[in-house]
Design a protein around this ligand. Structure first.
Ligand SMILES: *Cc1c(COP(=O)(O)O)cnc(C)c1O
Length: 360
């Protein structure tokens, strides 16, 4: 067996101990005589898997009792529709456009009501987070929407927008569990799990109970109505059982790592190794403003497309894979999620130093 250092933006690297445990439990989960993939979602043994996963996530994020945790399908993108269908009571919402995912959510919301773009960083290829201290928030906005970490561009909010009392909704797909979150600051948080938590196919919604309503838009599909899912503890239909099981193992791993404060220290240390090098290098440079740098996704360029391509090719051959930047940005991007070991970043930086020496 030989494992590479996988810098993929998603689906992405998972903790090795989790993969090993899943392999060990594959044929016979805890004496049940079957794989988690083979068991009824209504069985006692599966019930404890999903309940424990929820409890561990609640412990990690210190989720208050008046929030529901839903394990759903459809990915983060499905929530771009579910959020307006469920939360637009006045038919108005304000969106902050900090990248492609925020933009897609904004465009989807326009199908269901009046979605306003109240701030954007599109003018500079989303390389910064706009000033959100005094936004023109709509008086009748049902919520203000942000993408908390911009996976493609590598920016993140260091300070939350002033929503002027409106509910804040956040897509945290690419930075969930990377640092502590004050859940009470939000009405709703959702994340597709395939960046920092588990296999694609699961999306988790954390929603304040008073926002779970029956009087959603009349055409809202039963499956997309939060009330349906909340009333049935995410078991209205067959949930993505195996994916939820892996998420549960990752939650336990994060707990063992010391929880979210420890994860933050670990991630800051890891990111600093790469950012410090980018700041000192004559060949490589980061593409976003320093104040808004993400701890999870680090885009960088050499300034020469041919050299970028050569770097990606040689890095791949050396076992540093999936470093090619998003097609809309070019260059490179190293995604250094929770499960990327410090050693992976140290070795990548050494490789970059050697590449720079050999090519300048
Ligand atoms: C990857 C990603 C998405 C899309 O997730 P899907 O599960 O593929 O729909 C949405 N938002 C952010 C921030 C992402 O990183």
């Amino acid at each position: 067996m030989s494992r590479v250092f996988n810098f993929s933006a998603g689906p992405s690297v998972l903790p090795e101990v989790v993969l090993k445990q899943a392999a060990e439990e594959m044929m016979d989960y805890k004496g049940s005589g079957m794989s988690v993939m083979e068991m009824s979602h209504r069985s006692k043994v599966y019930d404890s898997i999903i309940k424990e996963a929820e409890q561990d996530l609640r412990d990690l994020m210190e989720i208050p009792d008046n929030y529901k945790v839903l394990f759903l399908q459809g990915g983060a993108s499905q929530q771009f529709a579910a959020v307006p269908m469920n939360l637009m009571k006045n038919g108005v919402a304000d969106y902050i456009i900090t990248g492609q995912w925020a933009k897609k959510a904004y465009e989807e919301a326009q199908k269901y009501g009046k979605a306003n773009a109240v701030a954007s960083s599109a003018d500079k290829t989303f390389s910064y987070i706009p000033d959100c201290s005094n936004l023109p928030i709509s008086e009748d906005a049902d919520y203000v929407y942000i993408c908390h970490n911009n996976t493609i561009y590598g920016t993140t909010y260091k300070k939350l927008p002033d929503t002027k009392g409106k509910i804040l909704v956040a897509d945290m797909s690419s930075d969930i569990l990377s640092q502590p979150v004050n859940v009470s600051d939000y009405g709703l948080i959702f994340f597709g799990v395939q960046k920092n938590v588990g296999p694609a196919g699961v999306v988790v919604v954390i929603i304040r109970e008073d926002l779970i309503r029956d009087d959603v838009m009349p055409f809202t599909p039963t499956m997309l109505k939060y009330k349906t899912q909340a009333d049935n503890d995410s078991l209205y239909n067959t949930p993505p059982c195996y994916g939820i099981y892996i998420c549960g193992l990752v939650f336990k791993w994060v707990k063992e790592m010391g929880g979210l404060s420890a994860m933050k220290v670990h991630n800051e240390k890891k990111a600093a190794i790469l950012y410090d090098f980018l700041d000192s290098s004559k060949m490589f440079s980061g593409t976003v403003v320093k104040e808004d740098r993400s701890l999870m996704n680090v885009p960088f360029v050499t300034g020469n497309e041919e050299l970028d391509a050569k770097f990606v090719k040689e890095a791949t051959a050396a076992g540093f894979v999936n470093l090619k930047g998003h097609r809309t940005v070019g260059g490179m991007r190293a995604s250094i999620y929770n499960a990327m070991p410090i050693e992976g970043v140290e070795k990548l930086v050494q490789f970059m130093k050697d590449f720079e020496a050999a090519n300048s």
